[in-house]
Design a protein. Structure first.
Lengths: 336, 301, 420
C-alpha cells in the first residue's frame, strides 16, 4: 500500500456569522490521499467544498474557525497550529492553495520573477538572487512555461498563461499537497486544457505529491482526478474512483449529480436529464436526520430522524445512506 | 440564498426531467421569425476599433430552439443585444417576421419588444430590488394591454403564471425577489415570459449561475413554454454539452463570426470548421478519452 | 426601508455624529426663545472676558448685607495689589538682602511675600539705611504708602460712597464686610463667552452664526447635490454627445480651481450685494462637479445591469427607468454625498469669510465672519481674547466632525464591503 500523504480525521470547521450564529460548513470530514494520487471534490454551490479547501490549509481567519479534527500531512499534524507558524512552515512547503481568481492576485506593478523571490524570502531559505533565478528558470522549463515570462508583468500575459504562472509560483517549493479550487473555470476550454495538463505533469513529475481538485464541472473532474468525493451540506456523501462515481454512483444525490452531466458526444441527446427538486438545507439549523432526506425521492420517514454514518464498503468506496447498496440498485433498476 | 425549507412559496416539484415536445422536428419549413444578413457591430474606443460582430447571417424559424455557442469575447453578448434591439447594428439588416426591423422611434421599439423578450444570466441582477414580485408581474400584464382589467382577473393571470413555474402566487405577494433562491428567481423570470407571450425569447445563459440539479427544472419549463406558445427560443451559452443537448440548431461563434452552424448532431459530432473541431476536442467528455496531447504547453509569453 | 433605517441607527458612528449634530441644531433652534438679545448688538466696549458683569452704579444702590467671608481680605488684596507693587516689594526685600528665591509676583506666592514683607519692612529702618534703589524720599514714601495699604487691610473704612447730588448728598461709609446680592442688582449680565471686539455677546452671536452657517451649508449642499445628481444622471444614462458636453463642462470646472473661482465671483459682486443666499448659491454652483462625476460613474455601471435592460424591454420611458430603476440604487450614495456637501459648504463659507469675502457683515453673523473679526481686531495676538475665536473653531470642527461621522456611519451600513 502506497504511503498516505494527506490524512484528515473528522475535521470540523465553522463560520461565525455577523449575528454570532455558528454554521458548520465542514462537518466531520475524513479523507486521505496516497502519494501521487489526486482527489476531486464535487457538489453544488454552498455544499462546503470551497470551505473544505480553505480548512485543509490549516490557516484560519475570521469568519472561518477551526473546531475539531486532525489534518496530517506526511506524518505531520498541522491542525490547531498558530496561524503565523502555519504561514511560515506549512503554506508553500506542505500545502499550496490556488483559488479560482488566483490569476488576478498578482500585483500588476511587479515582475513575475519577483514573486518567486518573495516566496523564497517568506520562507527564509538561504538562497541568493542568482540561485533563485536558476531554480525558477529550471522549474518554468520543466512545466513548459516560457522562461522570459519571469521578466514580464502579469498584465502582459494571457489569462491562461497567468493562471499557469501563478500555479508554478505557488508550487515552487514542491508542496506535498496542491489544493486547486476551480482553477480553470474562468478560462476558455483550450487554456483550461493547458492548465490541467500542467497540473497533471506536476503530479507525475513529483513536484507535488498529491492534488485536491475542486470543481462543479463533473466531466472535467472525471478526466482530471483518480478519485471523486461528493459533498452535500458540509458532509461527504460518497467517495469512489472517478469511473465508478460517474458510471455507477450509489448515493441518490451523487446519482442526481451524475445525471446532470451533458457533454458533446454521441448519446448525450438521449440522456434523460433529471432535476433534484428543492434546495440544500440551511446549515444554521441542519436537519436531525439525513441531510438529503427532504430532497430524496427514496426517503422513508426514518431517514428524516436518523442520520446515517459514512459507510465504508471497501475498495476505496464509501457512501452515506441508510439503504444498502443492493436496495439502492434495485430502486434505480426499477426506474429505468 | 434562501432555502425552500423556509419558503412555503414553493410547491413540491413533480416535473423532474426535461421533456421535449418537438425533438428532431424539421423547422426549415416553418416561417422565418428572425433573420439577419451581414449584421455587424463595430465599437470605437479612442483610436481603437473593435469589430465585435462581423457580418453574420442567420435564419431563426418559428418554434425553433437555437443555441449560439461561443466563449467569452466571441461577441455573443453584443449579438444578443442587437437581436433585442438594445443596440443598433452598424451594418447589415435584421428581419423580424419576414419584414425589415424598424426600431427607429420609441413607439416602434415598444412594439418590437412586445415580440421579443429576454431572460438574463444573473437572476440576482435581473430584478429591481426595490420592486415587489407583484409589481414585476403586474407590469407584464400592463404591457400586454391588460391595464384596465378587473383586479380579480389580473390576480388570476398572475396565479396561473406562477403555477406554471411551480411557484405559489398567494405566498409571493408582498415579497421581494431577493427573498427567493437563485433558481426560484429564474423561474419567476419564466413566469414573466409566460405572461408576456413574446414571439421570440432570448435566453442569455439562463442556467449558468444555477446549480446543475436545478438546471433541468429551468430547461424543462423553457421547453414547455416553447411547446405551448410556439415561441422561438434563442439560447446563448458557452456550455457546449448543454447546447448540444437542448438545441434544434446550433451556431458556433468565434471572434464575431459564425464559423459553423447547423443541426446539433452534425455540428457537434462531425465538426468541419477548425475552431469547432478544436473546441469540441478540448471539452472534457466522459465516454471518449480527453486527449491532453493536443495542446502544446510551451508558448510564447 | 424600515430595516435600512434601523441599521443606520445601529451604526455607532452614525449615532454619535447624529447626536452631536442634533444637539447643535436644537441649540440653534431653542436658544432664541431664552435669550432675546440681538446677536449684533454691542453690549460693551472691546473684548470682555467671560464672566458675570454687574453695573457698579446699581450695585451701590442695592441694600447691603453684612457677610463675613473667610479670606475675603486676602482675596481682595490679591485682586487689588497690582503687579508693579508686588515687584517693588520684591525689589525692596532683595535690596535689604532677604532671600527671595522662593517668591515672585504671582497670586499663589502672595502669602509668602506678605509674610516676608511684614517681617522685614520697618519704616524707620528704611529711612535710616537708604537701601539701594530706595534712597530717594519719593521712593521711601511709596514704600510707606504700600505698607499702609497692606497693613490697613483690616481697617473698617475702605471707601465711602456719595449718594445724591448737591446739598442732599449723603455719604455712607462702606465696610469691608458689606455685600449686595447679585440678583438684586438691576443691571447684571452673565457673558459665558465674554464679548467680541465690538462688545457683542459672543455666545449669542455664536449660536446665531452657527444657524446661519448651517443654513448656508444646507442651501449650498442642496444646490450642489441637485446639480451634480442631474448632470451625473443625464451624462451617465443618456451618454453619447450629451455625456461629452456635460463632462466637458465638468472638466472645465475641475481644471479651474473652485476656490479661486469662488474668490473671483465674490470680489466681483461686492460686499453689499453678498447676502446669505447669494453666498450659499455661489458655493453650491461651484462645488457640484465631484458629485456629478461619481453619480455618472455609478449610473454607467447600473445602466448595463440586467434589470435596466429588462425595464427597457418592458417599454418603460427614460424618465421612468431613471427614477425607478436607477435613482433608488444610488439614493444612499446621494444622501452621503449631500452630507459631505453640507459640511464642505460650511467650510467654504468659513474660508471665504476668513479672507474678508464672506456675506455682508452688517446683516448677520456667520462662523466665518466671527473668525474674520477675531483676526481683524487682534483677538489671536494683542488682546489674547481666546473666547472670541476658540469657540468658533470648536463649533466648525464639531459640525464638520459630526457630519463626516454620519457619512462614514452611513457608508458602513450601505457598503457591505466595509463591514467588519
Amino acid at each position: 500500500m502506497a504511503k498516505k500523504i494527506l490524512e484528515v480525521h473528522e475535521l470540523t470547521t465553522k463560520y461565525i456569522t455577523r449575528q454570532g450564529e455558528d454554521v458548520y460548513s465542514v462537518d466531520h470530514v475524513s479523507l486521505d490521499i496516497e502519494e501521487g494520487k489526486s482527489l476531486g471534490i464535487a457538489g453544488e454551490s454552498g455544499c462546503g467544498k470551497s470551505t473544505l479547501a480553505l480548512s485543509l490549509m490549516g490557516y484560519y481567519f475570521p469568519p472561518l474557525h477551526y473546531t475539531s479534527g486532525e489534518i496530517i500531512i506526511d506524518g505531520k499534524n498541522i491542525s490547531g497550529m498558530d496561524p503565523d507558524v502555519v504561514r511560515k512552515t506549512v503554506l508553500g512547503t506542505e500545502v499550496a492553495y490556488i483559488p479560482q481568481a488566483a490569476m488576478n492576485a498578482m500585483n500588476p506593478t511587479r515582475k513575475v520573477g519577483k514573486f518567486i523571490e518573495d516566496v523564497i524570502r517568506a520562507h527564509e531559505l538561504p538562497m541568493d538572487k542568482k540561485q533563485i533565478r536558476e531554480m525558477a528558470e529550471q522549474r518554468f522549463a520543466l512545466l513548459g512555461l516560457p522562461v522570459d515570462a519571469l521578466d514580464k508583468h502579469s498584465v502582459e500575459l494571457s489569462g491562461g498563461m497567468r493562471q499557469r504562472v501563478v500555479i508554478a509560483i505557488s508550487t515552487i517549493l514542491s508542496p506535498k499537497v496542491l489544493i486547486a479550487d476551480e482553477p480553470s473555470s474562468a478560462l476558455d476550454v483550450t487554456s483550461q486544457k493547458m492548465v490541467i495538463k500542467m497540473m497533471k505533469d506536476m503530479l507525475a513529475q513529483g513536484m507535488v505529491k498529491s492534488m485536491i481538485f475542486i470543481t462543479h464541472e463533473l466531466p472535467l473532474l472525471y478526466n482530471v482526478t483518480d478519485d471523486i468525493m461528493v459533498m452535500y451540506a458540509g458532509q461527504i456523501v460518497e467517495r469512489g474512483s472517478a469511473h465508478e462515481m460517474v458510471f455507477d454512483p450509489i448515493h441518490p444525490y451523487s446519482r442526481g449529480l451524475m445525471r446532470s452531466i451533458l457533454v458533446p458526444e454521441e448519446g448525450t441527446r438521449d440522456v434523460k436529464l433529471t432535476a433534484i427538486p428543492g434546495t440544500p438545507p440551511n446549515l444554521k439549523h441542519p436537519p436531525a436526520g439525513c441531510r438529503f432526506a427532504d430532497r430524496c425521492r427514496y426517503a422513508s420517514p426514518a431517514c428524516k430522524v436518523v442520520s446515517p454514518p459514512l459507510l465504508d464498503i471497501g475498495g476505496g468506496r464509501s457512501y452515506r445512506c441508510s439503504m444498502s447498496v443492493e436496495q439502492l440498485k434495485e430502486v434505480y433498476g426499477n426506474e429505468d | 440564498m434562501k432555502t425552500d425549507e423556509m419558503n412555503p412559496a414553493v410547491v413540491a416539484d413533480n416535473r423532474e426531467s426535461v421533456s421535449f415536445g418537438t425533438r428532431d422536428k424539421d423547422f426549415s419549413k416553418e416561417p422565418l421569425c428572425l433573420s439577419g444578413r451581414g449584421v455587424t457591430r463595430v465599437f470605437h474606443t479612442g483610436k481603437v476599433t473593435t469589430v465585435a460582430v462581423d457580418h453574420v447571417d442567420f435564419d431563426f424559424h418559428k418554434g425553433e430552439l437555437i443555441s449560439i455557442v461561443g466563449e467569452s469575447g466571441s461577441g455573443k453578448t453584443t449579438l444578443s443585444k442587437m437581436l433585442l434591439g438594445l443596440l443598433e447594428p452598424t451594418e447589415g439588416e435584421i428581419m423580424f417576421q419576414g419584414k425589415p426591423r424598424d426600431i427607429s422611434t420609441g413607439a416602434k421599439k415598444r412594439e418590437y419588444w412586445k415580440g421579443i423578450q429576454a431572460i438574463f444570466q444573473d437572476p440576482f441582477s435581473s430584478y429591481n430590488v426595490f420592486h415587489k414580485i407583484d409589481s414585476v408581474l403586474l407590469d407584464c400584464i400592463n404591457m400586454r394591454g391588460g391595464k384596465n382589467l378587473p383586479k380579480e382577473q389580473k390576480i388570476a393571470m398572475m396565479t396561473e403564471a406562477c403555477s406554471f413555474v411551480n411557484l405559489k402566487f398567494a405566498e409571493l405577494t408582498n415579497k421581494y425577489p431577493f427573498e427567493l433562491s437563485g433558481g426560484q428567481m429564474q423561474r419567476l423570470m419564466i413566469a414573466r415570459i409566460f405572461l408576456l407571450k413574446p414571439n421570440i425569447l432570448l435566453a442569455d445563459e439562463p442556467t449558468s449561475m444555477i446549480d446543475a440539479c436545478s438546471r433541468a427544472t429551468i430547461l424543462d419549463m423553457l421547453l414547455k413554454l416553447r411547446d405551448e406558445t410556439g415561441m422561438t427560443v434563442i439560447f446563448i451559452t458557452h456550455d457546449i454539452g448543454l447546447a448540444y443537448y437542448i438545441s434544434d440548431a446550433v451556431y458556433i461563434m468565434e471572434h464575431g463570426k459564425f464559423v459553423e452552424s447547423g443541426k446539433p448532431d452534425k455540428v457537434m459530432l462531425e465538426p468541419e470548421a477548425p475552431y469547432t473541431k478544436r473546441l469540441i476536442s478540448d471539452v472534457p467528455k466522459i465516454h471518449e478519452p480527453w486527449d491532453l496531447s493536443t495542446v502544446e504547453l510551451l508558448q510564447k509569453a | 426601508m424600515k430595516h435600512t433605517l434601523k441599521n443606520v441607527f445601529h451604526s455607532p458612528r452614525f449615532l454619535v455624529g447624529f447626536i452631536i449634530f442634533m444637539a447643535i441644531l436644537l441649540t440653534v433652534l431653542i436658544y432664541p426663545y431664552f435669550v432675546h438679545r440681538d446677536p449684533l448688538q454691542g453690549l460693551g466696549k472691546g473684548f470682555l472676558e467671560p464672566g458675570t458683569y454687574v453695573s457698579v452704579y446699581d450695585a451701590n444702590n442695592t441694600g447691603t448685607y453684612r457677610v463675613d467671608l473667610p479670606e475675603a481680605a486676602e482675596k481682595r488684596l490679591e485682586s487689588t495689589l497690582p503687579a508693579e507693587d508686588r515687584q517693588m516689594m520684591l525689589d525692596f526685600l532683595k535690596a535689604k538682602g532677604v532671600d527671595v528665591s522662593g517668591l515672585d509676583a504671582s497670586n499663589d506666592k502672595l502669602e509668602g511675600l506678605l509674610a516676608a514683607w511684614k517681617e522685614n519692612y520697618d519704616e524707620a529702618d528704611a529711612k535710616k539705611n537708604k537701601y539701594e534703589g530706595f534712597s530717594t524720599q519719593a521712593k521711601r514714601n511709596a514704600l510707606r504708602r504700600l505698607d499702609n495699604r497692606i497693613s490697613g487691610d483690616n481697617s473698617n473704612v475702605a471707601m465711602s460712597v456719595v449718594r445724591g447730588e448737591g446739598e442732599e448728598a449723603t455719604s455712607t461709609a462702606v465696610s469691608d464686610t458689606d455685600y449686595v446680592k447679585v440678583d438684586e442688582v438691576a443691571n447684571a449680565i452673565t457673558l459665558p463667552l465674554g464679548t467680541d471686539n465690538f462688545g457683542r455677546d459672543t455666545l449669542t452671536e455664536l449660536v446665531k452664526a452657527t444657524g446661519i452657517s448651517l443654513l448656508i451649508g444646507l442651501i449650498a449642499g442642496s444646490i450642489a447635490t441637485m446639480l451634480g445628481l442631474l448632470v451625473g444622471l443625464l451624462a451617465g444614462y443618456v451618454g453619447g454627445l450629451l455625456d461629452d458636453v456635460l463632462m466637458f463642462i465638468a472638466n472645465i470646472f475641475t481644471v479651474i480651481p473652485g476656490f479661486v473661482l469662488l474668490i473671483l465671483i465674490y470680489s466681483a459682486l461686492g460686499a453689499e450685494s453678498r447676502g446669505i443666499t447669494t453666498c450659499a448659491v455661489i458655493i453650491g454652483i461651484t462645488s457640484w462637479v465631484w458629485t456629478a462625476r461619481s453619480v455618472r460613474s455609478q449610473v454607467i455601471s447600473l445602466r448595463n445591469r440586467d434589470h435596466v435592460n429588462l425595464s427597457k424591454l418592458s417599454g418603460h420611458s427614460l424618465f421612468r427607468i431613471v427614477t425607478t430603476d436607477i435613482l433608488p440604487y444610488i439614493a444612499s450614495y446621494v444622501v452621503m454625498a449631500f452630507i459631505l456637501q453640507v459640511s464642505s459648504g460650511i467650510l467654504a463659507e468659513a474660508q471665504l469669510s476668513m479672507l474678508g469675502l464672506g456675506p455682508n457683515p452688517n446683516e448677520l453673523p456667520t462662523l466665518g465672519l466671527m473668525m474674520n473679526w477675531a483676526k481683524l481686531f487682534g483677538a489671536y495676538t494683542s488682546s489674547n481674547a481666546w473666547w472670541a475665536y476658540f469657540p468658533v473653531i470648536l463649533m466648525i470642527a464639531l459640525i464638520s466632525f459630526s457630519l463626516n461621522l454620519m457619512n462614514t456611519g452611513l457608508d458602513q451600513v450601505f457598503n457591505p464591503t466595509l463591514r467588519d
